[in-house]
Design a binder for this molecule. Structure first.
Ligand code: HEC
Length: 156
């Protein structure tokens, strides 16, 4: 009886650890089944652009000025960086916070072969949120995720 309770608590702790890592995005060198992406197949996935919300439209402009140089037009990737409209970056695996963090502190090369991403200076938290909304609406429209909860960045 006692032993069972302890085991259960251990399991809960494990679940907490796993899900916190999951929500925070992914660490370097992590083997999580998402890391099979290969730069050779990356540049230029075709992205269909839906009718965007006002927030996403503003995000699209900011994305064009700050991110598309590497992440491509419509976040479809380029020879300098990966597509963000990719299963790897679905909300369940790269939560919105991982976008905030990538912009603030950059992202070491770990999923692809493009090299590191440097921080992108000069964007306010509101602007980053608009960019996230834009990328999420593109992901949603292109079947990367199906639960509208993933569009939380677009709610105000
Ligand atoms: C100079 C090129 C470059 C620019 C500009 C750039 N990125 Fe990146 N970004 C990369 C590369 C390369 C990676 C992939 C690193 C890896 O996983 O190997 C990346 C990865 C990311 C990731 C995933 C981070 C993670 O936790 O795995 C996000 C999110 C992201 N970029 C968002 C953005 C946003 C938003 C902007 C614009 C504000 C931006 N990037 C501008 C090159 C760039």
């Amino acid at each position: 009886m006692f032993g069972q309770a302890v085991r259960r608590r251990g399991l809960l702790a494990l679940v907490a650890i796993v899900s916190s890592g999951w929500l925070a995005g992914c660490g370097e060198g992590e083997d999580d089944g998402y890391s099979t992406a290969d730069a050779a197949e990356a540049p230029g996935v075709s992205v269909s652009v839906p009718d965007l919300s006002d927030t996403a439209l503003q995000g699209a402009e900011l994305f064009g000025a700050n991110c598309s140089e590497c992440h491509g037009a419509s976040a479809g990737g380029s020879s300098q960086g990966p597509p963000l409209v990719d299963k790897i970056y679905e909300p369940g695996h790269h939560a919105d916070f991982s976008f905030v963090r990538a912009v603030e502190v950059g992202s070491p090369q770990h999923h692809w072969q493009f090299g590191d991403m440097d921080p992108v200076p000069g964007l306010s938290p509101e602007e980053v949120n608009k960019i996230i909304c834009y990328v999420r609406e593109l992901q949603y429209a292109n079947g990367i995720f199906a639960d509208p909860a993933g569009l939380v960045a677009c709610q105000g």
